[in-house]
Design a protein around this ligand. Structure first.
Ligand code: HEM
Ligand code: MTE
Length: 466
């Protein structure tokens, strides 16, 4: 075909709005993306940040773009090339160069921003996930926070702002510890995608991890700032959090939880500075993060900078236009985020971590491991196991039975209350709000003794007999 016209950067720079048309450059080529602006999955305001200039510095920040299907979209809008003398890009600093080192065992879903999960087989090695293996879900570069100058801003009633340094927080408020399982809303999305293509990171079964968190209670801090324990209008209010991680337009990660979740009499929402007895690691929100037992990972704001109370939920993109659930009939053309509630509690979840799908199983005794969680901080009362894809279940309870076969599956049943004390005494360490299948995690799981042919017999875990 005919060669493309050649433009200077200055000419490209004159196209920075829908009225003047929107042009961008990428690797020496010029694109008129005006017609794509409204279609951009990351939003109109984001894509317009690059209007009239180069995409590279933005795409370095949002590496979701380094996929062939994104480049294909771009190619369709090519209108020209940059003059050769203008093609060399001044080298851009990598916004992720300050990210901390990570454990090599992690299975990386996305490097920039960093999103990774432990191998499933390592997840159920321990009830508490070691910090280095705990799944990591960042939307932006990890901010570098100086602990000496760090101050948490807490907006009190009437707008008065209280600033609390780290030593002040530790000195003023009693320390609490809570064992909490965090789960990302996208956990097991790769399996959903096998049923029907869904958008987002392709998580396996391990975007879920458990830690013992130490810190101060959010309700103590809010009470200190002047808020009442449970207010009359509590139903309508929200506690909003802002992270110190900001995108290129200066917008911080944010989320909110209902006021009663934070201020209820039993509320154990933490502002955590410790994780499994260690200082909070940088990837997990150093120096301070929110931990909301039983609530989707997205509301557990890391690198916490500011807390406020509002009649509205957090205005953040991640509260308003992400982390919401829809019926299967809704697609990206019909989705309306404004009418859907933001996810708070997640439903029941369970998965087998060993054997892994497709594994060849030798004859003889087989140990099966997995986890089950009830969602919303409730206790797990029963775990059903099926050898035939769910047509029949063995009705195993307390994680005492599990079996391997073509349709091997676990299904937890959530209790509507705290876990019964009887079970706790029976050696099932069920404190905390998310619970892993303790029997599996700590005693090597239940045991399956194939009895020949298609018949398989389940035997309870020997350490749980009686
Ligand atoms: C997501 C295309 C420019 C920010 C996406 C996706 C596509 C896309 C196809 C979805 C990718 C996927 O989920 O597989 C484009 C094209 C651009 C462009 C063709 C330029 C012509 C930008 C710019 C920014 C940006 C300049 C930032 C300033 C984002 C963000 C998401 C995204 C934040 C992720 C949304 C999410 O997490 O779901 N973009 N983009 N994009 N884009 Fe862009
Ligand atoms: N907080 C901030 N400030 N920035 C983030 O990107 N990601 C959220 C949440 N808190 C996020 C954040 C999401 S979606 C999840 S699932 C959890 O953090 C993950 O916590 P983790 O990385 O400690 O496992």
């Amino acid at each position: 075909g005919a060669p493309y016209p050649v433009f200077t950067r200055q000419e490209v720079g004159q196209h920075r709005s829908l009225a003047e048309r929107v042009w961008v450059t990428y690797r020496g080529e010029v694109f008129d993306i005006t017609n794509f602006v409204e279609l951009h999955p990351g939003g109109k305001s984001k894509i317009l940040l690059a209007a009239g200039g180069a995409l590279e510095p933005f795409w370095a920040m949002y590496a979701v773009h380094s996929q062939e299907h994104v480049l294909e979209i771009l190619r369709a809008y090519k209108v020209g090339e940059l003059s050769p003398e203008e093609q060399s890009q001044p080298s851009q600093g990598d916004p992720y160069s300050g990210d901390p080192p990570r454990h090599p065992a992690l299975k990386v879903n996305s490097l920039k921003p960093f999103n990774a999960e432990p191998p499933a087989e390592l997840l159920t090695e321990n009830y508490l996930t070691p910090n280095q293996l705990f799944f990591k879900r960042n939307h932006l570069p990890v901010p570098a926070v100086d602990p000496a100058s760090y101050q948490l801003q807490v907006e009190g009633p009437g707008g008065r702002v209280l600033a609390l340094s780290l030593p002040e927080l530790k000195r003023r408020f009693p320390k609490h510890e809570v064992t909490v399982t965090l789960q990302c809303a996208g956990n097991r999305r790769s399996e959903m995608s096998r049923v029907r293509q869904v958008k987002g990171l392709e998580w396996g079964v391990a975007a879920i991890s458990t830690a013992r968190w130490g810190g101060v209670r959010l309700r103590d801090v809010l009470a200190h700032a002047g808020y009442e324990e449970e207010e009359e209008e509590a139903e309508e209010q929200h506690v909003c959090f802002e992270g110190l991680d900001k995108d290129l337009s200066g917008v911080a990660y944010g989320a909110s939880i209902p006021y009663r979740t934070a201020m209820g009499r039993e509320a154990d929402v933490l502002l955590a500075y410790e994780m499994n007895g260690e200082e909070l690691p940088r990837d997990h929100g150093y120096p301070l993060r929110v931990v909301v037992p039983g609530v989707v990972g997205a509301r557990n704001v890391k690198w916490l900078g500011r807390v406020s109370v509002s009649r509205e939920e957090s205005p953040s993109h991640w509260q308003q236009n992400d982390y919401k659930g829809f019926s299967p009939a809704v697609d990206w053309d019909t989705v309306d985020f404004t009418t859907a509630p933001a996810i708070q509690e997640l439903p029941v979840q369970s998965a087998i971590t060993e054997p892994t799908p497709g594994a060849t199983i030798p004859p003889g005794e087989l140990t099966v491991k997995g986890y089950a969680w009830s969602g919303g901080g409730r206790g797990v009362v029963r775990v059903d196991v099926s050898l035939d894809g769910g047509r029949t279940g063995s009705g195993a309870t307390d994680g005492q039975g599990a079996a391997a076969g073509p349709g091997l599956g676990l299904a937890p049943v959530a209790a509507h209350g705290p876990c019964p004390p009887r079970r706790r005494r029976a050696g099932h360490r069920l404190q905390g709000r998310g619970r892993q299948l303790q029997c599996a995690a700590r005693h090597g799981g239940a045991h399956l003794e194939p009895a020949g042919g298609a018949e398989q017999r389940l035997a309870p875990c020997p350490r749980h007999r009686g």
